[in-house]
Design a protein around this ligand. Structure first.
Ligand SMILES: [Cu+2]
Length: 171
């Protein structure tokens, strides 16, 4: 007769365990936000940036570097994912070269696009999404905290509902 309650309690414990396992990930993100450097490289004969698309935090640096590639490449900011040319005012590593060392620090939130000028039309391009870690985590963590009480309320309602018919039988 106590089984529905035990099942509900077990379910509740399981949900709390899942929630506590999920929490460290968000806590880590909203903790100390030390600027980090992300590398983007080009290897051998590939006309591809690796990784082409990055998600970084505000204040982070992207280090574009390659050496002795079989083709000359560069990196230049473009205005959109479709654009195949330098936007004329953003960052640019210089003329295409087999060896490049170029750093860009992103202090503004947004999505930024870049290309390799000689190979943009062939698809050698990428994007960098810059997030504000303090702003994004508070928005992301809120649903998690509201979700748990909703589950707890649903479980509690289930316990009450499962008990209700028994009380009527007793009377
Ligand atoms: Cu290239």
């Amino acid at each position: 007769m106590k089984k529905p309650i035990l099942t509900a309690l077990a379910l509740c414990a399981l949900l709390l365990t899942v929630a506590s396992l999920a929490t460290p990930a968000t806590a880590q993100e909203e903790g100390t936000t030390q600027p980090t450097t992300h590398e983007v490289t080009v290897t051998g004969s590939d006309a591809v940036f690796t990784p082409a698309d990055l998600s970084i935090n505000k204040g982070d640096t992207v280090y574009f570097h390659w050496s002795n590639t079989s083709m000359d490449h560069n990196v230049a900011q473009s205005s959109s994912a479709e654009a195949n040319e330098y936007d004329g005012q953003g960052w640019r590593s210089g003329d295409a070269s087999a060896t490049v060392d170029f750093n860009v620090t992103f202090d503004n939130v947004g999505t930024f696009f870049y290309i390799c000028e000689p190979h943009a039309a062939a698809g050698m391009k990428g994007s960098i999404k810059v997030f504000d870690p303090d702003a994004s985590t508070s928005a992301e963590s809120t649903p998690g905290f509201t979700f748990l009480p909703v589950i707890a309320a649903a479980v509690a309602a289930g316990i009450v509902a499962s008990r209700a018919p028994r009380r009527q039988d007793d009377k």
